[in-house]
Write a protein that binds this ligand. Structure first.
Ligand code: NAD
Ligand code: IPM
Ligand code: MN
Length: 351
């Protein structure tokens, strides 16, 4: 059985996952690793961003680690053939409905954030983003021509069921119990019916099974403001697919850089997890060898912990990243001058 399926993808994806390979090889020699093209490069080679074979292998592996997909080269591809569609197909196909996006400020990086040190120092909160529903997948969705030269009309559909909300909220409550025991649930129940249902379902689940956990409902726009005003008030924040996408980019910047934030997407117990840095393919710096590989390396750390049953290796890797940062290793996004490979070297040196 494949332990880890690597999907380097496009842009800086292959650059950052190359560092994951080096780190994995240093940590252990008993992981069976496979690699497949995915995203734009798969479209170029196979005509689709995600082949049936790759999806089947992903489902048969213990964990999947993706670099990043997308880029200007494929911007005019049909929507269902775009690299991003491959990623959505992978998430849906693997059934990974709960996306854990930790916003963690490493002590040595408290000055790398665009926010003041006292706002971000010691920050440790977790966004749990619903990942396989909502407006990303709702039907109908289309662009149609309007009659008489009135232009076009585009439709997306936001849709959630009780089951989809409950299972992701359950993940958030369970996580909170092992942390600081507090959940914020973010939606727009003031304007959206999906938001109303979201609030009802979370409230009921809380009363039924998680009354010991502190629950606070928050409107998603206010959540965005609170994330930049006082992020340390948060422990776990559960939210839908679209709000989670946006709020997690904001949370990433608190930690110093988008290049720092890993994620784990989990499905039902016993099914493989999908691990991905939350950043994209960064076309503006791709090929320059300066991308920060830490989000990818920390995504591997999460894979070791959550899917590969190797928490002791995860602890070692996490500590090595921390020490490398303490000793001053900084890619340009963190205000430094070393490249991707040198950041990999800095982590390897601590292992
Ligand atoms: P992006 O995350 O690729 O880049 C945003 C900014 O952050 C850029 O300035 C980039 O240089 C910087 N950045 C990102 N990762 C970095 C890293 N590891 N080190 C240093 N700097 C980093 O977002 P974008 O520019 O909006 O999107 C580019 C492409 O990536 C689009 O095609 C988009 O759809 C895709 N995308 C993919 C994923 C994914 O694969 N998970 C996530 C987001 C965006
Ligand atoms: C992310 C990305 C993806 C998303 C895109 C590339 C499909 O922005 O993982 O945050 O919107 O989910
Ligand atoms: Mn995003």
């Amino acid at each position: 059985m494949t332990d880890l399926l690597l999907l380097p993808g496009d842009g800086i994806g292959p650059e950052v996952t190359a560092q994951v390979r080096r780190v994995a090889a240093r940590l252990t020699n008993d992981l069976q690793i496979e690699e497949r093209p995915f995203g734009g490069i798969s479209f170029d080679q196979h005509g689709v961003p995600l082949t049936d074979e790759t999806l089947a292998l992903a489902k048969a592996s213990k964990a999947v680690l993706m670099g990043a997909v997308g880029g200007p080269k494929w911007k005019d591809a049909p929507r269902d053939k775009r690299p991003e569609a491959g990623l959505l197909g992978l998430r849906a196909g693997m059934g990974v409905f709960a996306n854990l996006r930790p916003a963690l400020c490493f002590q040595p990086l408290a000055d790398a954030s665009s926010l003041k040190r006292e706002i971000v120092e010691g920050l440790d909160f977790m966004i749990v983003r619903e990942l396989t529903g909502g407006i990303y997948f709702g039907e109908p969705r289309y662009i149609e021509d309007l009659p008489d030269g009135q232009g076009k009309r585009a439709v997306d559909t936001q849709v959630y069921t009780t089951m989809e909300i409950e299972r992701v909220a359950r993940v958030a409550f369970e996580l909170a119990r092992g942390r600081r025991n507090k959940v914020h649930s973010a939606e727009k129940s003031n304007v959206m019916d999906t938001g109303l249902l979201w609030r009802q379902v979370v409230t009921e689940l809380h009363a039924r099974d998680y009354a010991d956990v502190e629950l606070e409902h928050i409107l998603a726009d206010n959540a965005a403001m609170q994330i930049v005003k006082n992020p340390k008030q948060f422990d776990v924040m559960v939210t839908d697919n679209l709000f989670g996408d946006i709020l997690s980019d904001a949370a990433a910047q608190l930690t110093g850089s988008l290049g720092m934030l890993p994620s784990a997407a989990l499905g039902l117990p016993g099914t493989p997890g999908l691990y991905e840095p939350i950043h994209g393919s960064a076309p503006d710096i791709a090929g320059k060898g300066i991308a920060n590989p830490l989000a990818a390396i920390l995504s591997f750390e999460m894979a070791l912990r959550w899917s590969l049953g190797r928490p002791e290796l995860a602890d070692r890797l996490f500590a090595a990243v921390e020490r490398a940062l303490e000793k001053g290793a900084r890619t340009p996004d963190l205000g430094g001058a070393i490249g991707t490979e040198a950041m990999g070297d800095a982590v390897l040196a601590e292992l």
